[in-house]
Design a protein around this ligand. Structure first.
Ligand code: ZN
Length: 663
């Protein structure tokens, strides 16, 4: 999972290592399910085959808040107990093979499977990790229980339904419903089961190794296809050869969905990702899918093929996915990009350390930053220490040895030890078990490997003030130039506005007071390629030159900005605060701003709209209704912002009645 929004928050990995896996081996799960879009309901049955390895007296299946209609064990109906989270079948069983268990049920899941309606069509998607698949499918919360899943789904024929494995057949019925048959070949944990339903088109390519790659997109986004999925095939090829183990599954599908909780989720053979990453050529500059794309793909090996036994070893999934995503990005963006990212990771970890928030890497309560970024840095240090070949061979051996199984950190360390004569005990102890993060050591390694990092540390306007003008006129790397500009904004010259995107972004972010001689250059940023730069430039010009506000608003009137409507939202608010500009359309603009807070927009856009509405103090009935409807949004961060806002607004006596829940 790639979670850009919650990066700094503590991630409580929700794993448990149950006893049941030792005595029973569940082998296959075959479900026949009807997904009813109008009622947001799931109903049908799931059948398991299993071997009993040691004598047992109870079978246990996780199933949250369901109606369990019937349980059939080895073709005979049996009594069961259900406590709203687990089904217990008390029945003595001797060691035996090929037993069967069938559960029929129905449910309207409150989490894990989410039903959205945009305009007049549905978009349904699942998120198993951290949310438990057992909220819509009786299954196993224990990640160590791996089985082969097969599905027959029935749903409305107007939609595409995408799930794990091969679509072996798709049969339209007479009742306006279609049956989808999906089949897996190899076992996986239940948290990797996935389902997406929506209006989609797809393009299919084949990897160099012969794996079908399916890229889904909304019908209206055909022009964004290339920029969204850029480098996909190249990175697939790269990761297969870099990891040294063939892609372990039948195919690989990627599907964007509305209001996804995270950036992306690596369900086996089916990555689901946020449609905020569906971008055109220009939007690509400000935000793109490349890193998330590579990260989720890397998980198909690290996490899906070999799963971390428990939350304590979560870095075996996230640290590896983060590092291999960076390696794939190095392939397309180059060395400087690669080292720059590692350098940023190290700086973030240094800040975490200074805030005394650091934990060991092997701690189930470690932060995302620790699991992801520290994990990646540890792998880079290890690779630098033992050499590329030994590292690569150790990783391949580890994956092959624990394929379709789970492993812990020691299992990985053992494979590393086999490949090197170096004693790594101290290394692993320091980097896996200790709280502290040795920033200086990481920096030394990066400086020894990258001239960019070396130069970036050396060339500094704060350290060598007298040299700053000279530096600023030199053809330096954009990262260095951007830093110098931010350090000495008073030395910015017209020619700096012609430099790269990063330098221009640094100028527009850093300069708050615009000198008159830079005014024309600053105005030229309203024509920039980057919508973030235009947004910033518009705001700062509007603030600095009140006499020209109408001119700036006229110029940017037709710009929407990125797919979060960043420019349009700002434009509306600036317009509403510009005296005598477009006065006759005030109400229309207010309505438009309120419209952006409705559930037809991504929660990021809604959050910005609520922020602006609050800033200008405009809360009409529609805005309050939109706010209330966001109160139960599945995205935790958005929901929290909304709840805080509601709490504040309730202090206003006039608004309070609109925000109370009706009894
Ligand atoms: Zn991940």
């Amino acid at each position: 999972m790639r979670n850009t929004f919650l990066m700094l928050l503590v991630f409580y990995a929700q794993f448990s290592f149950g006893q049941q896996t030792l005595d029973i081996d569940f082998k296959t799960a075959s479900a026949i399910l009807h997904i009813d879009l109008d009622s947001a309901g799931v109903s049908g049955s799931i059948g398991y085959t299993f071997d009993v390895k040691n004598k047992i007296d109870t079978l246990k299946i996780d199933a949250h808040k369901m109606h369990i209609h019937k349980v059939i064990l080895n073709k005979k109906p049996v009594d069961f107990e259900y406590n709203n989270s687990q089904i217990y079948i008390v029945n003595q069983m001797q060691p035996s093979v090929d037993n069967t268990l069938l559960i029929s049920y129905s449910t309207q899941p409150k989490q894990t499977l989410y039903f959205f309606k945009k305009e007049d069509h549905f978009n349904v998607w699942s998120q198993g990790q951290g949310k438990y698949t057992s909220h819509w499918l009786p299954s196993f919360d224990d990640v160590n229980e791996k089985l082969i899943f097969n599905f027959v789904f029935t749903t409305d024929s107007n939609y595409e339904l995408i799930s794990n494995g091969d679509l072996t057949s798709k049969i339209p019925g007479k009742d306006g419903k279609t049956d989808y048959f999906y089949k897996m070949k190899s076992p996986m944990s239940s948290y990797l089961v996935a389902l997406a339903i929506g209006k989609y088109l797809k393009k299919t390519e084949t990897s160099t190794s012969g794996i079908p790659l399916e890229f889904y997109y909304y019908p209206e986004d055909s022009l964004k296809f290339e920029s969204t999925y850029r480098y996909s095939k190249q990175m697939f090829y790269f990761l297969e050869s870099e990891i040294g183990v063939k892609y372990p599954w039948q195919n690989y599908k990627q599907v964007p969905v509305h209001d996804f909780l995270y950036a992306g989720m690596e369900n086996t053979t089916l990555t689901i990702f946020s449609d905020r990453f569906v971008v055109d050529e220009r939007e690509f500059l400000d935000r793109n899918y490349v890193n998330v794309n590579a990260h989720e793909l890397a998980h198909q090996w690290f996490g899906n093929l070999v799963t971390a036994k428990s939350g304590k070893h979560h870095w075996l999934q996230e640290g590896f996915a983060t590092y291999y995503a960076l390696l794939a990005e190095r392939e397309v963006f180059g060395e400087d990009y690669f080292y720059w990212q590692l350098y940023q990771y190290a700086k973030q970890l240094k800040i975490q350390q200074e805030g005394e928030l650091a934990t060991p890497l092997l701690d189930k309560k470690a932060s995302s930053l620790t699991f992801y970024q520290k994990g990646a840095i540890v792998l880079h240090l290890l690779k630098s220490k033992i050499g590329d070949n030994a590292f690569k061979q150790a990783v391949a051996n580890y994956l092959n040895k624990y394929a379709f199984n789970s492993a812990d950190s020691n299992d990985f360390i053992k494979e590393v030890d086999v490949m090197t004569s170096e004693n790594l005990e101290e290394f692993f102890n320091k980097w896996l078990n200790e709280n502290s993060f040795d920033y200086e050591q990481v920096l030394d390694v990066l400086k020894s490997q990258s001239t960019l990092i070396l130069d970036f540390e050396l060339i500094d306007c704060e350290v060598f003030q007298s040299k700053c003008s000279e530096y600023l006129s030199m053809p330096l790397h954009p990262k260095i130039k951007a830093k110098l500009v931010a350090q000495m904004p008073e030395l910015i010259k017209p020619e700096h506005f012609k430099e790269s995107h990063e330098v221009r972004l640094s100028i527009v972010t850093r300069l708050n007071t615009i000198a008159l001689e830079l005014k024309p250059n600053f105005e030229s940023l309203l024509d920039d390629e980057s919508y973030i730069i235009i947004e910033q430039a518009l705001y700062k010009l509007w603030m600095n030159f009140p006499e020209d506000r109408a001119k700036y608003l006229d110029k940017t009137k037709r710009l929407k900005g990125n797919n979060n409507y960043n420019i349009r939202l700002l434009w509306l608010v600036l317009n509403l605060n510009t005296v005598n500009y477009d006065a006759e359309y005030q109400q229309e603009y207010l309505d438009e701003l309120v419209g952006f807070s409705s559930d037809q927009y991504h929660f990021e856009t809604r959050e910005a709209a609520f922020g602006y509405l609050n800033a200008i103090g405009y809360w009409n009935e529609a805005a309050l209704q939109n706010l209330k409807s966001a109160n139960n949004h599945p995205n935790w961060r958005f929901r929290t912002t909304v709840r805080d806002l509601i709490k504040n607004l309730k202090n206003n006596k006039a608004l309070k009645p609109y925000l109370e829940d009706k009894e």
